[in-house]
Design a protein around this ligand. Structure first.
Ligand code: HXC
Length: 257
C-alpha cells in the first residue's frame, strides 16, 4: 500500500478503490474526499469500466465516519461546504454507470455508512459494525444518511438508527437490508471475486441499463418509472448484446458478450 489516501487498482475495467488512512480507521477528511472525487471524475471517462469495488485499508475498518477532529471547529458555513463536498463525491460514486460494490471490512459508521449506502452492493465481513452515531456527537448525518438510509431500509428502521445512534452488527445489517451478504472476513475477497466474475459474464450494456432503470426509476412516480423501463428495455434491442444473448439461448450455447 502506497502513501496515497486513495489507492486505485484497475484490473481489466474492474477498478478497486481503497481508502487508505488506517491509523484513523479510514475516516473521511477533506483530503480523502478530494482524492476520491478526483478518481471518480476519471472513472466517469473510463472507456471500458465494468465494475467498481470500494473498501478501506486494513482489517479493522471500512470507514469510521467523517473526520471528527477536522469537523470539530467548523463554522456552520464550513460545515455546509464540507457536507457539500462529500455529497457531491458520494453522488459521483452512486451514479457511475456500472455496479459499485462496497467491501465492508469492519467499522462502517456515520459517513462510512453513508458512503456504503450509495453503492449498489454491500458485502460485509462478519465483524463489521454499522451505525449512524452522529447524534452522539451533537449533529445529524450530513453525507446523505437521513435520505438514503430510509430509502434502503425503510423509515422506521432509519429513524431508529439515526435517533438512537446505536450500532448494529453485520447480521442485523443483513436482516434489515442494509447489506446484501455477510461473509467471514477471510472469505470476503473470494466472494467479491466470484461476484465480479458473475457481473463480468453478463452483457455490459444490459448491466448498465438495469442499474440505470433502478436508480432513475426510484425517484419517479410508478407510471413514469415503468415508461423509463420500457424505453431502456426497447433500447437493448438496438444493440448486439440482445441478439447474442437470445441467439445463444436458442442455440444452446454460452453467450459471448
Ligand atoms: C477521526 C477517528 C474517527 C473519526 C476513529 N478515529 N474514528 N478520527 N474521525 N470518525 C481515530 C481515533 O481518534 C484513533 O486515533 C484511531 O482512529 C483509532 O480509533 P480508536 O477509537 O482508538 O479505536 P477503537 O477503540 O477500536 O474504537 C473504534 C470506534 C471509535 C468505535 C470506531 O474510533 C469511534 O467511535 N469512532 C468514531 C465513530 C463515529 O462517531 N463516526 C461518525 C462520525 S460523524 P488516535 O490518533 O487516537 O490513535 C460523521 C458525520 C458525517 O460521520 C456527516 C458530516 C457532515
Amino acid at each position: 500500500m502506497s502513501d496515497a489516501v486513495i489507492e486505485k487498482v484497475d484490473n481489466a475495467g474492474v477498478v478497486r478503490l481503497t481508502i487508505n488512512r488506517p491509523k484513523a480507521l479510514n475516516a473521511l477528511n477533506s483530503d480523502v474526499l478530494s482524492a476520491l472525487e478526483k478518481e471518480l471524475v476519471e472513472l466517469e471517462q473510463h472507456p471500458s469500466l465494468r465494475a467498481v469495488l470500494i473498501t478501506g485499508a486494513g482489517e479493522k475498518s471500512f470507514v469510521a465516519g467523517a473526520d471528527i477532529a477536522e469537523m470539530r471547529d467548523k463554522t456552520p458555513e464550513q460545515a455546509r461546504a464540507f457536507a457539500g463536498q462529500a455529497l457531491r463525491t458520494i453522488k459521483r460514486l452512486e451514479t457511475l454507470p456500472v455496479p459499485v460494490v462496497a467491501l465492508v471490512n469492519g467499522f462502517c459508521l456515520g459517513g462510512g455508512c453513508e458512503l456504503a449506502l450509495a453503492c449498489d452492493w454491500a458485502v460485509a465481513s462478519d465483524n463489521a459494525i454499522f451505525g449512524q452515531p452522529e447524534v452522539l456527537l451533537g449533529v445529524i448525518p450530513g453525507f446523505g444518511g437521513t435520505q438514503r438510509l430510509p430509502r434502503r431500509v425503510g423509515p422506521a428502521m432509519a429513524l431508529d438508527l439515526v435517533t438512537t445512534g446505536r450500532k448494529i452488527d453485520a447480521h442485523e445489517a443483513l436482516r434489515i437490508g442494509l447489506v446484501n451478504r455477510v461473509m467471514p472476513q477471510a472469505e470476503l475477497e473470494d466472494y467479491v471475486a466470484e461476484l465480479t466474475k458473475q457481473l463480468m459474464g453478463n452483457g455490459p450494456q444490459s448491466v448498465r441499463g438495469a442499474k440505470q432503470a433502478v436508480h432513475d426509476g426510484m425517484d419517479q412516480d410508478l407510471d413514469s418509472a415503468l415508461a423509463l423501463e420500457t424505453s431502456l428495455f426497447a433500447f437493448c434491442f438496438a444493440g448486439e448484446e440482445q441478439t447474442e444473448g437470445m441467439s445463444a439461448f436458442v442455440e444452446k450455447r454460452k453467450p459471448d458478450f
